[in-house]
Design a protein around this ligand. Structure first.
Ligand code: GLY
Length: 369
Protein backbone atom coordinates (compact mmCIF):
# COMPACT_ATOMS: atom_id res chain seq x y z
CA UNK A 1 0.00 0.00 0.00
CA UNK A 2 2.66 2.63 0.84
CA UNK A 3 4.07 2.19 -2.70
CA UNK A 4 0.72 3.21 -4.12
CA UNK A 5 0.70 6.36 -1.98
CA UNK A 6 4.33 7.08 -2.89
CA UNK A 7 3.23 7.05 -6.51
CA UNK A 8 0.28 9.38 -5.81
CA UNK A 9 2.64 11.73 -3.97
CA UNK A 10 4.89 11.82 -7.02
CA UNK A 11 1.88 12.91 -9.06
CA UNK A 12 0.98 15.57 -6.49
CA UNK A 13 4.53 16.95 -6.56
CA UNK A 14 4.66 16.89 -10.36
CA UNK A 15 1.38 18.76 -10.65
CA UNK A 16 2.38 21.48 -8.19
CA UNK A 17 5.80 21.76 -9.82
CA UNK A 18 3.90 22.69 -13.02
CA UNK A 19 1.27 24.96 -11.57
CA UNK A 20 3.09 26.72 -8.70
CA UNK A 21 5.19 28.65 -11.19
CA UNK A 22 2.03 30.47 -12.24
CA UNK A 23 1.47 31.61 -8.64
CA UNK A 24 5.10 32.71 -8.34
CA UNK A 25 4.86 34.73 -11.55
CA UNK A 26 1.63 36.38 -10.36
CA UNK A 27 3.21 37.13 -6.96
CA UNK A 28 0.20 35.78 -5.05
CA UNK A 29 -0.61 33.35 -2.27
CA UNK A 30 -3.08 30.92 -3.89
CA UNK A 31 -6.38 30.24 -2.18
CA UNK A 32 -8.29 28.31 -4.85
CA UNK A 33 -7.98 27.36 -8.47
CA UNK A 34 -10.59 28.15 -11.05
CA UNK A 35 -10.58 28.14 -14.88
CA UNK A 36 -6.95 27.06 -14.99
CA UNK A 37 -5.78 29.88 -12.72
CA UNK A 38 -4.74 30.33 -9.11
CA UNK A 39 -6.85 32.91 -7.30
CA UNK A 40 -6.11 34.75 -4.05
CA UNK A 41 -8.40 34.59 -1.02
CA UNK A 42 -11.69 36.45 -1.45
CA UNK A 43 -11.22 38.37 1.82
CA UNK A 44 -8.49 40.26 3.71
CA UNK A 45 -5.77 39.77 1.08
CA UNK A 46 -2.74 37.94 2.44
CA UNK A 47 -4.02 38.41 5.98
CA UNK A 48 -6.83 35.91 5.60
CA UNK A 49 -6.61 32.84 7.79
CA UNK A 50 -5.78 30.41 4.98
CA UNK A 51 -2.51 32.08 3.91
CA UNK A 52 -0.27 29.50 5.61
CA UNK A 53 -1.54 26.48 3.70
CA UNK A 54 0.21 27.30 0.43
CA UNK A 55 3.66 27.71 2.01
CA UNK A 56 2.84 24.69 4.20
CA UNK A 57 2.10 22.63 1.11
CA UNK A 58 5.31 23.86 -0.53
CA UNK A 59 7.27 22.82 2.58
CA UNK A 60 5.66 19.36 2.49
CA UNK A 61 6.67 19.01 -1.15
CA UNK A 62 10.21 20.27 -0.51
CA UNK A 63 10.53 17.76 2.31
CA UNK A 64 9.26 15.06 -0.01
CA UNK A 65 11.27 15.89 -3.15
CA UNK A 66 14.26 17.99 -2.07
CA UNK A 67 13.47 20.25 -5.06
CA UNK A 68 14.53 23.75 -3.98
CA UNK A 69 11.86 25.31 -6.17
CA UNK A 70 9.36 24.33 -3.47
CA UNK A 71 11.51 25.78 -0.66
CA UNK A 72 11.89 29.07 -2.54
CA UNK A 73 8.16 29.26 -3.24
CA UNK A 74 7.43 28.54 0.43
CA UNK A 75 9.78 31.35 1.45
CA UNK A 76 8.43 33.78 -1.15
CA UNK A 77 4.94 33.43 0.26
CA UNK A 78 6.18 33.16 3.86
CA UNK A 79 7.65 36.64 3.42
CA UNK A 80 4.30 37.98 2.23
CA UNK A 81 2.77 36.59 5.41
CA UNK A 82 5.50 38.14 7.56
CA UNK A 83 4.49 41.54 6.13
CA UNK A 84 1.09 40.98 7.73
CA UNK A 85 2.72 41.31 11.17
CA UNK A 86 3.02 45.03 10.49
CA UNK A 87 -0.52 45.37 9.13
CA UNK A 88 -1.74 43.48 12.19
CA UNK A 89 -5.41 44.38 11.96
CA UNK A 90 -6.62 41.39 10.00
CA UNK A 91 -4.69 38.90 12.13
CA UNK A 92 -6.85 36.72 14.36
CA UNK A 93 -6.41 33.54 16.41
CA UNK A 94 -5.65 31.91 13.06
CA UNK A 95 -2.03 33.08 13.31
CA UNK A 96 -1.57 29.41 14.27
CA UNK A 97 -2.63 28.18 10.83
CA UNK A 98 -0.84 31.04 9.10
CA UNK A 99 2.55 30.95 10.75
CA UNK A 100 3.09 27.43 12.05
CA UNK A 101 2.91 26.18 8.46
CA UNK A 102 5.05 28.98 6.98
CA UNK A 103 7.87 30.28 9.22
CA UNK A 104 7.16 27.49 11.71
CA UNK A 105 7.79 24.88 9.02
CA UNK A 106 10.88 26.76 7.81
CA UNK A 107 12.31 26.83 11.34
CA UNK A 108 11.56 23.16 11.83
CA UNK A 109 12.85 21.88 8.49
CA UNK A 110 15.81 24.19 7.85
CA UNK A 111 16.69 25.57 11.30
CA UNK A 112 16.43 29.17 10.02
CA UNK A 113 16.92 31.61 12.91
CA UNK A 114 14.75 34.34 11.35
CA UNK A 115 11.94 31.83 10.83
CA UNK A 116 12.21 30.78 14.47
CA UNK A 117 11.96 34.42 15.57
CA UNK A 118 8.94 35.02 13.32
CA UNK A 119 7.27 31.90 14.74
CA UNK A 120 7.75 33.18 18.30
CA UNK A 121 6.39 36.54 17.23
CA UNK A 122 3.24 34.82 15.93
CA UNK A 123 2.93 32.80 19.16
CA UNK A 124 3.12 36.04 21.14
CA UNK A 125 0.28 37.45 19.04
CA UNK A 126 -1.81 34.37 19.84
CA UNK A 127 -0.97 34.79 23.54
CA UNK A 128 -2.10 38.40 23.28
CA UNK A 129 -5.58 37.16 22.38
CA UNK A 130 -5.93 35.22 25.61
CA UNK A 131 -8.71 36.37 27.87
CA UNK A 132 -7.87 35.33 31.48
CA UNK A 133 -11.59 34.59 31.92
CA UNK A 134 -10.63 31.32 30.22
CA UNK A 135 -10.46 31.42 26.41
CA UNK A 136 -8.58 32.67 23.37
CA UNK A 137 -10.55 35.29 21.50
CA UNK A 138 -11.24 34.25 17.90
CA UNK A 139 -11.96 37.39 15.88
CA UNK A 140 -11.49 41.16 16.08
CA UNK A 141 -14.94 42.69 15.52
CA UNK A 142 -15.98 44.82 18.51
CA UNK A 143 -19.20 42.82 18.91
CA UNK A 144 -17.26 39.54 19.04
CA UNK A 145 -15.06 40.18 22.07
CA UNK A 146 -16.34 37.02 23.75
CA UNK A 147 -16.30 34.65 20.75
CA UNK A 148 -14.24 31.47 20.75
CA UNK A 149 -14.38 28.76 18.08
CA UNK A 150 -13.54 25.06 17.82
CA UNK A 151 -11.04 25.71 15.00
CA UNK A 152 -8.71 27.27 17.58
CA UNK A 153 -7.79 23.80 18.83
CA UNK A 154 -5.65 23.62 15.66
CA UNK A 155 -4.01 26.98 16.43
CA UNK A 156 -2.78 25.79 19.84
CA UNK A 157 0.19 23.85 18.36
CA UNK A 158 1.86 27.24 17.81
CA UNK A 159 1.82 27.67 21.59
CA UNK A 160 3.14 24.16 22.30
CA UNK A 161 6.01 24.92 19.92
CA UNK A 162 6.77 28.27 21.59
CA UNK A 163 6.99 26.73 25.04
CA UNK A 164 9.31 24.05 23.75
CA UNK A 165 11.52 26.57 21.92
CA UNK A 166 11.78 29.06 24.77
CA UNK A 167 11.52 26.82 27.83
CA UNK A 168 8.80 29.21 29.04
CA UNK A 169 5.70 27.29 30.23
CA UNK A 170 3.31 30.24 29.81
CA UNK A 171 2.48 29.39 26.20
CA UNK A 172 1.40 25.85 26.98
CA UNK A 173 -0.36 26.96 30.17
CA UNK A 174 -2.54 29.28 28.10
CA UNK A 175 -3.11 26.50 25.56
CA UNK A 176 -4.22 24.23 28.38
CA UNK A 177 -6.70 26.73 29.81
CA UNK A 178 -8.22 27.22 26.37
CA UNK A 179 -8.33 23.46 25.70
CA UNK A 180 -10.01 22.86 29.07
CA UNK A 181 -12.66 25.47 28.29
CA UNK A 182 -13.23 23.92 24.86
CA UNK A 183 -13.57 20.48 26.44
CA UNK A 184 -16.04 21.72 29.04
CA UNK A 185 -18.18 23.95 26.82
CA UNK A 186 -17.92 22.81 23.17
CA UNK A 187 -17.95 19.01 23.42
CA UNK A 188 -21.48 17.59 23.37
CA UNK A 189 -22.77 14.33 24.82
CA UNK A 190 -23.11 12.70 21.37
CA UNK A 191 -19.45 13.36 20.49
CA UNK A 192 -20.15 16.34 18.24
CA UNK A 193 -18.77 19.84 18.92
CA UNK A 194 -20.18 23.34 18.63
CA UNK A 195 -18.55 25.69 16.14
CA UNK A 196 -18.85 29.06 17.91
CA UNK A 197 -19.48 29.76 21.58
CA UNK A 198 -19.88 33.28 22.92
CA UNK A 199 -18.62 33.94 26.44
CA UNK A 200 -19.09 36.91 28.74
CA UNK A 201 -15.66 38.50 28.31
CA UNK A 202 -15.69 39.76 31.91
CA UNK A 203 -16.58 36.53 33.68
CA UNK A 204 -16.03 33.72 31.16
CA UNK A 205 -19.63 32.57 31.61
CA UNK A 206 -21.08 30.84 28.53
CA UNK A 207 -23.63 33.19 26.96
CA UNK A 208 -24.80 31.29 23.88
CA UNK A 209 -23.81 29.18 20.89
CA UNK A 210 -23.83 30.50 17.31
CA UNK A 211 -24.38 28.34 14.21
CA UNK A 212 -21.25 29.61 12.43
CA UNK A 213 -20.45 27.76 9.21
CA UNK A 214 -22.86 24.91 9.95
CA UNK A 215 -26.37 24.24 8.70
CA UNK A 216 -28.31 25.51 11.74
CA UNK A 217 -27.88 26.24 15.44
CA UNK A 218 -26.87 23.04 17.21
CA UNK A 219 -26.04 21.17 13.98
CA UNK A 220 -22.75 19.40 13.26
CA UNK A 221 -20.56 21.36 10.81
CA UNK A 222 -18.26 18.61 9.59
CA UNK A 223 -15.10 20.71 9.32
CA UNK A 224 -15.56 21.86 12.91
CA UNK A 225 -15.78 18.19 13.91
CA UNK A 226 -12.52 17.55 12.05
CA UNK A 227 -10.74 20.49 13.72
CA UNK A 228 -11.87 19.21 17.12
CA UNK A 229 -10.82 15.62 16.39
CA UNK A 230 -7.32 16.55 15.20
CA UNK A 231 -6.90 19.44 17.65
CA UNK A 232 -7.65 17.36 20.75
CA UNK A 233 -5.38 14.55 19.52
CA UNK A 234 -2.54 17.08 19.25
CA UNK A 235 -3.46 18.56 22.64
CA UNK A 236 -3.07 15.10 24.17
CA UNK A 237 0.24 14.59 22.42
CA UNK A 238 1.67 17.86 23.74
CA UNK A 239 -0.13 18.38 27.06
CA UNK A 240 -0.40 14.69 28.02
CA UNK A 241 -3.84 14.97 29.63
CA UNK A 242 -5.89 11.79 29.05
CA UNK A 243 -9.13 13.79 28.91
CA UNK A 244 -8.04 15.27 25.59
CA UNK A 245 -7.43 11.82 24.16
CA UNK A 246 -10.90 10.74 25.32
CA UNK A 247 -12.37 13.85 23.69
CA UNK A 248 -10.60 13.21 20.41
CA UNK A 249 -11.75 9.57 20.38
CA UNK A 250 -15.32 10.59 21.17
CA UNK A 251 -15.35 13.10 18.31
CA UNK A 252 -13.69 10.51 16.04
CA UNK A 253 -16.39 7.91 16.75
CA UNK A 254 -19.09 10.39 15.81
CA UNK A 255 -17.18 11.49 12.69
CA UNK A 256 -16.60 7.91 11.55
CA UNK A 257 -20.32 7.14 11.96
CA UNK A 258 -21.06 9.95 9.47
CA UNK A 259 -18.58 9.13 6.70
CA UNK A 260 -20.61 8.63 3.55
CA UNK A 261 -20.65 5.19 1.87
CA UNK A 262 -18.51 6.65 -0.95
CA UNK A 263 -15.87 7.79 1.57
CA UNK A 264 -16.67 11.51 1.13
CA UNK A 265 -17.91 13.90 3.83
CA UNK A 266 -21.05 16.02 3.92
CA UNK A 267 -20.64 19.68 4.78
CA UNK A 268 -22.85 19.23 7.85
CA UNK A 269 -23.77 15.92 9.46
CA UNK A 270 -27.27 17.29 10.10
CA UNK A 271 -27.92 18.63 6.59
CA UNK A 272 -31.23 17.56 5.02
CA UNK A 273 -31.23 13.97 3.72
CA UNK A 274 -30.61 13.79 -0.01
CA UNK A 275 -28.87 17.15 -0.16
CA UNK A 276 -25.61 16.95 -2.11
CA UNK A 277 -23.34 19.35 -0.23
CA UNK A 278 -19.92 17.84 0.21
CA UNK A 279 -16.93 19.23 2.07
CA UNK A 280 -13.77 17.33 1.21
CA UNK A 281 -11.77 19.72 3.37
CA UNK A 282 -13.36 18.05 6.38
CA UNK A 283 -12.56 14.58 5.06
CA UNK A 284 -8.90 15.41 4.39
CA UNK A 285 -8.42 17.05 7.82
CA UNK A 286 -10.16 14.15 9.57
CA UNK A 287 -7.97 11.62 7.73
CA UNK A 288 -4.89 13.33 9.21
CA UNK A 289 -6.48 13.57 12.66
CA UNK A 290 -7.46 9.90 12.60
CA UNK A 291 -3.92 8.90 11.69
CA UNK A 292 -2.60 10.97 14.58
CA UNK A 293 -5.11 9.25 16.85
CA UNK A 294 -4.11 5.85 15.47
CA UNK A 295 -0.48 6.63 16.28
CA UNK A 296 -1.34 7.76 19.81
CA UNK A 297 -3.65 4.84 20.68
CA UNK A 298 -2.36 2.01 18.47
CA UNK A 299 -6.00 1.34 17.44
CA UNK A 300 -6.28 0.06 13.90
CA UNK A 301 -9.81 1.34 13.29
CA UNK A 302 -8.54 4.93 13.15
CA UNK A 303 -5.94 4.15 10.51
CA UNK A 304 -8.51 2.09 8.57
CA UNK A 305 -10.99 4.95 8.50
CA UNK A 306 -8.25 7.41 7.51
CA UNK A 307 -7.51 5.13 4.56
CA UNK A 308 -11.22 4.96 3.75
CA UNK A 309 -11.42 8.77 3.66
CA UNK A 310 -8.24 9.19 1.63
CA UNK A 311 -9.31 6.52 -0.85
CA UNK A 312 -12.69 8.24 -1.25
CA UNK A 313 -10.95 11.52 -2.06
CA UNK A 314 -8.51 9.95 -4.50
CA UNK A 315 -11.13 7.85 -6.29
CA UNK A 316 -13.75 10.57 -6.72
CA UNK A 317 -12.37 14.03 -6.23
CA UNK A 318 -8.67 14.21 -7.13
CA UNK A 319 -7.92 15.98 -10.40
CA UNK A 320 -4.39 15.41 -11.70
CA UNK A 321 -5.13 16.89 -15.12
CA UNK A 322 -4.05 20.29 -16.40
CA UNK A 323 -7.36 22.12 -16.66
CA UNK A 324 -7.25 22.95 -12.95
CA UNK A 325 -4.21 24.17 -10.95
CA UNK A 326 -5.06 22.43 -7.66
CA UNK A 327 -6.04 18.81 -7.04
CA UNK A 328 -8.84 18.23 -4.51
CA UNK A 329 -12.33 19.16 -5.74
CA UNK A 330 -15.64 19.54 -3.87
CA UNK A 331 -14.29 21.66 -1.04
CA UNK A 332 -16.94 23.84 0.61
CA UNK A 333 -15.97 26.75 2.83
CA UNK A 334 -19.30 27.07 4.60
CA UNK A 335 -22.63 25.24 4.53
CA UNK A 336 -24.46 28.49 3.70
CA UNK A 337 -22.53 30.06 0.88
CA UNK A 338 -20.25 32.81 2.21
CA UNK A 339 -18.47 33.56 -1.07
CA UNK A 340 -15.38 31.58 -0.07
CA UNK A 341 -16.16 28.62 -2.32
CA UNK A 342 -18.56 25.71 -2.74
CA UNK A 343 -17.73 22.38 -4.39
CA UNK A 344 -14.47 23.80 -5.66
CA UNK A 345 -10.74 23.40 -5.14
CA UNK A 346 -9.52 25.20 -2.01
CA UNK A 347 -5.89 25.19 -0.99
CA UNK A 348 -6.12 23.64 2.44
CA UNK A 349 -7.78 20.61 0.86
CA UNK A 350 -4.59 20.06 -1.12
CA UNK A 351 -2.49 20.73 1.98
CA UNK A 352 -4.28 18.11 4.11
CA UNK A 353 -4.55 15.59 1.27
CA UNK A 354 -0.76 15.82 0.87
CA UNK A 355 -0.20 15.56 4.62
CA UNK A 356 -2.46 12.47 4.66
CA UNK A 357 -0.48 10.86 1.82
CA UNK A 358 2.82 11.57 3.58
CA UNK A 359 1.43 10.04 6.76
CA UNK A 360 0.30 6.96 4.82
CA UNK A 361 3.87 6.58 3.55
CA UNK A 362 5.29 7.06 7.06
CA UNK A 363 7.08 10.24 5.93
CA UNK A 364 5.18 13.10 7.56
CA UNK A 365 7.44 15.97 8.71
CA UNK A 366 4.99 16.69 11.58
CA UNK A 367 4.57 20.40 10.96
CA UNK A 368 2.00 20.64 13.78
CA UNK A 369 4.58 19.66 16.39
N1 GLY B 1 -11.06 28.11 10.35
C1 GLY B 1 -12.15 28.48 9.54
C2 GLY B 1 -12.66 27.40 8.67
O1 GLY B 1 -12.38 26.23 8.85
O2 GLY B 1 -13.37 27.74 7.74
Amino acid sequence: MPERYEEVLDRVAAKFRRTAEQAARAGIIPYQSRDGKWLTSPYDGNGWWTGGFWPGLMWLLWYRTGDDFFRDEARRTGELLAEEFRRFRSLSHDVGFMYLLSCGADAKLTGSGQARTDTLHAASLLMGRFNPAGFIRAWNEPDRVGYAIIDCMMNLPLLYRASRDTGDPRFRQVAKIHADTTLRVFLREDGSVSHIVEFDPQTGRRVREHPGQGCFLGSQWSRGQAWGLYGFALAYRHLEDERYLEASEKIARNFIAHIRPDGLTDSDFCQPAGEERIDNLAGAIAACGLMELGRLTGKKEYQDNAVRLTEGLLARCADFGDSRCGILTHCTASYHDDGAGRHTNIIYGDYFLTEALLRLCGRDPELWS
